[in-house]
Design a protein around this ligand. Sequence first.
Ligand code: SAM
Length: 357
Amino acid sequence: MVMDITSRALAYCRPGFEKDLAAELSLRCGKAGIVSQPRFTPGGGFVLHEIDAPEDEVKRHLHFDKLVFARQLVWAKAWLADLPEKDRLTPILAAIARLPGRFGRVWAETADTNDAKTLSSFLKRFMPHLERALAEGRRLVDNKPELPTLHLFFIDSSKLWIGTSEPADSSPWPMGLARLRMPREAPSRSTLKLADAFMSLLTEDERKSALRAGLRVVDLGAAPGGWTWQFANRGLLVTAVDNGPMADSVLQTGLVEHVRADGFVWKPKKPVEWMVCDMVEQPSRVAQLVADWIAAGRCRRSIFNLKLPMKKRHEELERARNLIYKRMSISDREWVLRFKHLYHDREEITGYLAAVK
Ligand code: SAM
């Protein structure tokens, strides 16, 4: 097929998930009747999606929030190769000069691979020069968070893509990575997954209203208590369901009740705000459980992990999504469903399902 490439989406992902991201990008474009072609190297940590439609049109169909495997979504504008070692700045500034408008921030980025990480000291030295030149030319302005972000995505020190993203339709973090500090008192590293989910899957308003002290939470598969800790630390009251032991540091908060029971069977006596689920189980079984809780009004919101099989991640995700759609469509509730492959997820993805009325 002959394509007239009129726009390019550059999407970053965890290395090894390029095929899944490419499948999503193709599916979204295909559904909108747009011809496109993904280009990627397995393990490369990004997909360049070549598209036979103008950027403005594609942007109506391709949204960062809807892409599960994308850590970031950039609209690539210029490719530079063979940058001279002695003066990389001049050609980069010349390429940026051809882009319209001003920018709220400029980020030097690479793929999240070991090879690309070797560029970090070069980028630390190079970027202040670029930032100064852009600020002097009034292309980079402070205190305008609504302006587009300028991305310099380096493949190596002589090759890069230059692109832009809209703050309202992209990740707010460089390289799309929410780097969170491990809280000393939390009993397991998976605490970071839930902290990341709060940041990445909930809006600011949702965080404000749903993470208030005194609200009730059921944590299915809670031990040793990293997720429970995230809630207790904010003053929410948690019923932690697991046959395994909970860490003392979590129980000592006085906000946690430990119930030794099967998470697929146990139910609360009264409706709660949250049910979260980190039980390692078949994705379709977890999806069904979560949808049942929300549809029955047992909880208002849920964050849950789906452990995807390596060879069929995209298919398994769509299966879980369809199960939830089917269950929710026979309930009388309005609802939202979001998924993201978070920085702190490995072979799993994280979902958020909530009743909105
Ligand atoms: N979210 C936890 C944290 O942050 O510390 C880690 C959870 S760990 C990945 C999975 C837990 O699910 C295990 O403690 C296991 O005992 C529990 N689990 C698995 N199947 C379960 C079931 N049917 N009912 C209750 N707990 C279950």
